[in-house]
Design a protein. Structure first.
Lengths: 364, 286
């Protein structure tokens, strides 16, 4: 185990004229990690990946891979390999030749190359397709060939540019699990770029969230979900209800807040948030809110009226208006087949626990 | 049923103009040519008794064989020269140039003047007292004008290559243009240097464009008449010049028709052989 990070970005910046695609990117990835760069399209995540690969040169800043500065290292000599969004399977070569493509530049003997190719194809479960023409492959198979072609090079870092976005939903979910399994079995550091929050959360050890060229938060999926560093991150990852609150008391660990129309709560202080003024913003995840009939209303219950219902199959989302606060809220409940369903216009009671209220710091 | 019949008749109506055009202006003249090749010239009249004597004469005549082989040789040289020169230009426009449309427009500029004028202008450039010689003399590079510039094979190849260059550039450009750029990045990512990448990805993927360019140039240049007549001299004569003589001064249309058909068959044969070899080569440059 090396002590230094396998990939390190130090103040990396990429400008096009006045436009900064990536600004002041600092990041350290440890060996064997599955890291995802998550953000909306145009946030600079792909640029960051291409800078690591060497396809784009940073305007300023340093890229280190395994402790070595990559400044003068062209893309073809970097210990990285990439799975392209389009897979970039060479159309004139069969599966075996695609996978073995990079090895013929490596000086290995033919026997050794054949063995590595067979091994890589076995790894992605394409062992019997070595002689298949590349135009006779399905989307999922192309993806596996692209993976095998990169992994056969035994890179220190594998870069994946939206690797699953071209696949249909079911296949994508299967491949997510498989990608994770593959990464754990080879132990190579994976850096994946994606705009799909669920995909990032399912596979990654850590996620870096990017907006407008800046890395906003780097954390494990569960931390990111429970302690988003800002409103925009909270809104991007999962659903979130936003409410304004007045700070009544402020302690090291907790805050006493009054959420207008909802009452007083003692909530945990979010360590990821830097600023706490007199008024802060709080968030509540839709699935953290309990919903019951108005008749069952407890003392702490909050009165609301159902305005819209969205049926998702595994869950039902109620869009309600909290009566006292006149605030719209989204409430998600799992679809237990025997549970009561509510109709539009129904009076309901909401149950909000103070532990599920997320402190988002001073309102922006 | 009704719908099907109406679709059929609509299809026929749509293709009728083209069918008539091709029928009257290509198929019919070709039929006449074939008919003539089996007849013989009897001083001023045509003897319409079918005979193979024209073919017998043409295939055994050393001059015909010589001119036919020379035509194929010159056209082959011209094809190679044009494609080799056209590839870098097409590559530059497709991969590097910012204003692709402007460059493509510039490439077609030679077409804005007539073919004949372009051939003549080469005569002015390469002639004994032409541009090239005057320039070289005024620069002091030579004392006497160079005589080998004009009226030979070289002049024919040069003139044809210039005239046909756009036809080579365009198919190669198209094949480069439609190549997925991420394939090039993938090759680099897998360790290829620029040259390796060209040899292993770019060239194989643009091979169909190169083949198309070769055929587009080879087939018409074998039968080119104007260029060898104007800049070929006696050394640069090609089969078409002999054919022209049969229809003109020699007044032997049947023999001219026979020579035309033999030339066509030869071109077809060479082109087929070339395609066959190209297919083999395609398998090996991987």
């Amino acid at each position: 185990m090396t002590s230094h990070p396998i990939v390190e970005l130090r103040g990396v910046e990429k400008r096009y004229g006045n436009l900064a695609a990536v600004s002041n990117l600092n990041l350290a990835l440890s060996a064997g990690e599955f890291f995802s760069l998550l953000g909306p399209s145009g946030c600079g995540k792909t640029t960051a990946l291409r800078i690591i690969a060497g396809f784009q040169e940073p305007t300023s800043g340093q890229v280190l891979i395994d402790g070595n500065d990559m400044a003068d290292m062209p893309a073809n000599r970097r210990p990285t390999n990439m799975v392209f969004q389009s897979y970039a399977i060479f159309p004139h070569l069969d599966v075996g030749k695609n996978v073995g493509f990079g090895l013929s530049n490596s000086g290995l003997s033919k026997a050794e190359r054949d063995m590595r190719v067979a091994e890589a194809l076995e790894m992605v479960e394409l062992g019997d397709l070595e002689d298949r023409k590349s135009d006779a492959l399905s989307g999922g198979q192309r993806q596996r060939v692209a993976l095998a072609r990169a992994l056969v090079m035994r890179p220190k870092v594998l870069l994946l540019d939206e690797p699953l976005s071209a696949l249909d939903k079911n296949l994508r979910e299967t491949m997510q699990l498989e990608l994770r399994r593959l990464q754990q079995s080879v132990g190579i550091t994976f850096v994946m770029v994606t705009h799909d929050q669920y995909e990032a959360m399912t596979i990654s050890d850590r996620i870096g969230v990017m907006f407008e060229g800046r890395l906003k938060q780097v954390d494990a999926p569960a931390t990111l979900y429970a302690q988003p560093a800002s409103r925009e991150i909270a809104a991007f990852i999962g659903g979130m209800n936003f409410l304004a609150a007045d700070v009544l008391s402020s302690g090291e660990k907790g805050l006493g807040v009054n959420i207008r129309g909802f009452g007083k709560f003692h909530i945990a202080r979010n360590p990821k948030v830097s600023k706490h003024g007199e008024r802060i913003e709080v968030g509540i995840r839709p699935e953290q809110i309990g919903i019951s009939t108005a008749e069952e209303k407890s003392d702490m219950g909050i009165e609301a009226v159902v305005r819209d219902i969205a049926f998702y199959g595994e869950s039902i989302h109620y869009h309600v208006i909290a009566t006292a606060a006149d605030a719209p809220l989204s409430v998600a409940v799992p679809n237990h087949f025997h549970s009561r369903d509510f109709a539009r216009g129904d009076k309901v009671s909401l149950d909000i626990k103070s532990t599920s209220i997320i402190d988002l710091g001073t309102m922006e | 049923m009704f719908r099907l019949r109406s679709e059929t008749s609509r299809g026929m109506a749509l293709s009728a103009p083209a069918t008539l055009y091709v029928g009257f202006l290509v198929a019919a003249p070709l039929g006449i040519l074939v008919a003539y090749s089996f007849w013989t010239q009897n001083y001023v009249s045509i003897d319409r008794t079918p005979t193979l004597s024209n073919y017998g004469f043409a295939l055994n005549d050393p001059l015909v064989r010589h001119l036919l082989l020379k035509s194929i040789w010159i056209a082959g040289l011209c094809t190679i020269a044009t494609v080799v020169l056209a590839y870098p230009i097409a590559y530059f426009i497709a991969m590097r140039a910012r204003r692709k449309t402007l460059w493509l427009l510039l490439i077609t500029i030679p077409f804005w003047t007539s073919y004949l004028l372009r051939v003549f202008s080469w005569k002015l450039i390469l002639g004994f007292k032409g541009l090239m010689n005057s320039a070289l003399i005024s620069l002091g590079a030579i004392d006497q004008p160079l005589a080998f510039l004009l009226y030979n094979e070289f002049a024919v190849v040069l003139t044809l290559a210039h005239a046909w260059a756009p036809f080579a550039i365009l198919p190669i450009y198209v094949s480069l243009q439609k190549m997925d750029r991420s394939l090039l990045e993938a090759a680099t990512d897998l360790g290829c240097t620029g040259f390796q990448r060209f040899r292993r990805i770019t060239l194989p993927l643009t091979f169909p464009g190169v083949i198309a360019a070769c055929l587009i140039i080879f087939i018409p240049t074998v039968g080119d008449y104007v260029t060898p007549a104007l800049v070929g001299g006696s050394e640069g004569k090609m089969i078409s010049n002999l054919i022209q003589v049969q229809f003109g001064a020699a007044n032997n249309w049947p023999l001219g028709a026979t020579l035309s058909l033999i030339a066509m068959a030869s071109v077809g044969l060479v082109a087929t052989g070339f395609l066959f070899l190209a297919n083999l080569a395609r398998g090996t440059i991987r």
